[in-house]
Write a protein that binds this ligand. Sequence first.
Ligand code: ADP
Ligand code: MG
Ligand code: MG
Length: 899
Amino acid sequence: MNHQRVYLFREGNASMRDLLGGKGANLCEMTNIGLPVPPGFTITTAVCNQYYAEGGKLPDGLMDEMRVAVADVERLMERTFGGSSRPLLVSVRSGAKFSMPGMMDTVLNLGLNPTTIAALIQETGDERFVYDSYRRFIMMFSDVAFGLSKHGFDEKIFADFKRKVGAATDLDLTAAHLKEVCELFLAHVRTNAGREFPTDVWEQLALAVEAVFKSWHNDRAIVYRRTEKIPDEIGTAVNVQSMVYGNAGDDCGTGVAFTRDPSTGEKHLYGEYLMNAQGEDVVAGVRTPVPISELEKQNPSVFADFVRVCNLLEAHYKDMLDLEFTIEHGKLFMLQCRSGKRTGPAAVRAAVEMVHEGLITKEEAVNRVTGAHLDQLLHPRIDPAAIPGATLLATGLAASPGAAVGKAVFDANTAAELGGHGGAGQAVILVRDETNPDDVHGMLASKGVLTARGGKTSHAAVVARGFGIPCVAGAEALTVDVHSKRFTVGGTVVSEGDTITLDGSTGAVYLGALPLIEAEVSGHFGELMVWADSLRTLKVRTNADNPRDAQQAIEFGAEGIGLCRTEHMFFEADRLPLVQEMILTKDEAVRQQMLDRLQVVQQTDFEGIFDVMEGKPVTIRLIDPPLHEFLPNYDQLIRETTELKVRMDLGQSGLESQYAEKMKLLAEVEGMREANPMLGLRGVRLSIVFPGLVVMQTRAILQAAAKLIKQGKTVLPEIMIPLISHVNELKVVQSQLEAEARKVIAEQGVDIPYQFGTMIEIPRAALTSGEIAEYAQFFSFGTNDLTQTTFGYSRDDAEGKFLQRYVEQKILPRNPFETVDTTGVGRLMRLSVQEGRSARPGLKCGICGEHGGDPESIAFCHEIGLDYVSCSPFRVPIARLAAAQAAIRARMTVSTLDK
Ligand code: ADP
Ligand code: MG
Ligand code: MG
C-alpha cells in the first residue's frame, strides 16, 4: 500500500485519479507538461477515508507533511505562508475521482490575517484588491468551516451595503468600502459562529482541509452519489494551491471555456470570462460574463496564449476539454482541466473531426461515442437555439426519447380521432394523469405522451418506448383535469387544442411549438457509422412488424429483420373480428373460411415487408401469444353481463337477446381461460393444436415471396417456430409446414429460398440444442422469454413487485430483462450455440429479445459468436456501434494476451 499522503503537483499525473481525484490528477498532469499552473499539492483520497476511520480527526502527522509541502510551494513562489512580507495565499479545493456538485465550495485567499493584509497592501499598493480578497475569504471560509451560509454575507450584508452606498456592482466599491464590508463580515462571524474569525494561518488551513473531508458526507453529496451510482468509499482529495489573482485590476480576470462547442461539437473556443473578478464570479452571475471571443479583442496576446494552451492540451489528452483559467496582470494561469461534458451531436462531431485532425484513430472515435449519445441523434430534437427563449411549463421524467410538438388532447379517443395512424392526421399530444391499456390506440395516434404521474417503468413510459413515441412521465407539477379537458401548471392553463412541445430525452415540457431538428443519419454521424461497420463482425437486424418500421430500420442501417411478429397484424381493427370468429367457432368450415380471409390480409402484409427488405433476410415468427389475448376481456364480460342482469331484474325490457349473446361469449371465453397463459397454450403448442393457423401463415409468407420473386426481386424468408421445448414439437410442426411449402412452390413454379428455424427461449430447448439443430436451420434467442423461464419470473409481476428491490439490495446485480444475465441465461445461450453448431456446422444464430439493443448484452453476443443481433429500428445504430466496440475490445484483449 502507498503511504504517501501529500503529493506535490509535480509528483503526480493524470493516471492517478483514484488517489488524487480528478482535479488533482489533472493539475499534476498540466504542471508536468509545462503549463502555467500555480504550484500546490494534493492530499490523497486515502486520507479522507482515514479521517473517517479515525472518527473525524485529521490523521497524526498530516499537518507536518503539509508543512513540508507548503515549504516547497513557498520556495517556488518566493513567498511565505503567514509572512509579514510577500505573503503566500492559497486556495483549498475539494476534488473526488468524479466531478461532484454538492461537495464543499472552494475557499480562496486563505492565509489572510492582519499581518498578511498589511504585507500585501505594501507589496501591491492596491488596498482595494486586498480587501476585496479578504471579504471573499471571510465569506467562503465561514461558509464551509462554520456553516454560516454565503447568502447571509452576500445577499444580505453585502447587498445592503452596496445599496446603502449606491454601488451597482462590486466594481463600484472603493478600498474603504470593502474594508468596511470586511468589518461587517467579521462581526457577523463573531455573533453567529460563537468565535472570532481565525487569524492563525495554519489553523485556517487545518479547518479548511477538515471541512473538505466533512463535506464528503453532507446530504447533498450523499444524494448525488446515490443517483450517480458513485461509491461512498472512494473519498475526496483536497487540493491546496497558491493563489493567482483575477481580481487585482483591469488587466486581470477569470473564466471557463470548452475547447470545442459542447452542444454542437464545432471546433471553436466556447466559454465566458469576467475581467477584474475572482473564482466563481463567472458562474455565480454577479456580473454578466463576456464571451471568450471578446478576449481576442481585449487582450490579443493572452488570447493567443490561451489558444496555444488549448491546442496543446487537446493534443495531449486527445479529447475535448473543459478548462478554468485566471489572468493575473496579463499573464495566463490554468486552474483546472477535465474531459468536457457534451451532447450526443457534439460527441459525434468532435470524435469524427478529431480523426480528421489526426488526433485519434477511428477505433478511438468509435469507442468514445456512447449509445446514449447516439440516442440523442436518432430522434427528432428541439433546436437548442430555441430553448433559451422558450416557456418551460414543467419537467418530468425523460421516459421515452425524442421531441414532439402537438395539440394537447386529454383522452385516447380524441387522440385517435384527431391524430395520425388512421385519424385526421393532426399532430396531437396525449396528456393523462397516467395511461392504462385502454389508452394504447390514442397513444399510437399521438406524436407524444405526457403524464402527470408514474415513473420510468409506468405504463405510459413502457408503451411509448415500445412504439418509439416520445414521452415525458410523472410531470408532477401538472394538474390534469380530464373532464374540462385541460391541465394547469403554475398559473398557466393549457386547454384541448393548445400546442405544447415535449422533450422525452430531457423531460422538459414547453408551451407552444418549438422548432425541431430531425434525426440525422448523414454527415458526421454517417461517417462514424461507416467506421463502426468496418470494425464490427456481428450483423445488425431489426425487429419490425410492418413496412414503415422496416423502412425506418433500413435507413438506420439494418441488415435484415430478426423478428417479425405476425400476431401484431391480427390486432388491427379490420382483422380482429375475423380472428375472434376463427378462434371461437365450433364449425370447421367457418374456421377455414376465416383462415382463408386472414390469409389474404397476411399475404399483403408480407408482400409489403418483403418489398422494403428486398435482398435482406426476413425472419418471421409464427403465431406466438395465447389465443385469449385476441378475445374480449373476461373480467369486463363479467361486469357487463352482471349489469345487464341487474337492469333486467329491475324491470328494464329489451335486453334479453343482448344478454344471451354476452353470456354465450362469456362461456366461450371462460372455456379458453388458462391459469397461467404465459406457460399455457401458446407458441408451437398452439400450432400443434390448431395446425390450420400456421399452415395458413406459411402459405401467406411463401405466396407473398413467390409474387415478389416473379417480379425479379430477391426474397429471403426465414420462418421461425416459437417456444419449442422438445425436438419432437419441431418435428411435427415443421414436417407439416414443409409439406405446405412444397405445395406452394409447386403451385407457383418458382424456387423460394426459405428456411425453417426455431426460437430458443426455454431452458430445455437450450439444453437439447444438439437434437434441435438437426431440424432447425437457424436459432434465434428469445431472451425475454428465456430470462423469464430461466429465472422462473413473470416479467410483468417481477418488474412490478420485487425486481427493483432485488437490484437495490444487490440480490441481483442488475435487471436481467435489460442486460443479459451472462452467468445464467448467458450460459444457456453459449451452450446452445456450441451444441447447435456441432450438430449443424455454421448454424446461423441470432438474438431477437430486447437485449439485442443493449450495448453490454451485444458485447456478450459478440463473445459467444452469434451471427447477428436484432433490435427495434431506433436502436439499430446503437447496436452497430456497440457491435464495433465489442469487436475492438475483443481485439485489444487478444493483443494484450499476445504480449
Ligand atoms: P469547482 O470544483 O466547483 O470547480 P474549483 O476548486 O475549481 O471549484 O474552484 C472554483 C474556482 O475558484 C476556479 O474555477 C477558480 O476560478 C478559482 N480558484 C481556485 N483555486 C484558485 C487559485 N489557486 N487561484 C485563483 N483562483 C482559484
Ligand atoms: Mg472548477
Ligand atoms: Mg417468446
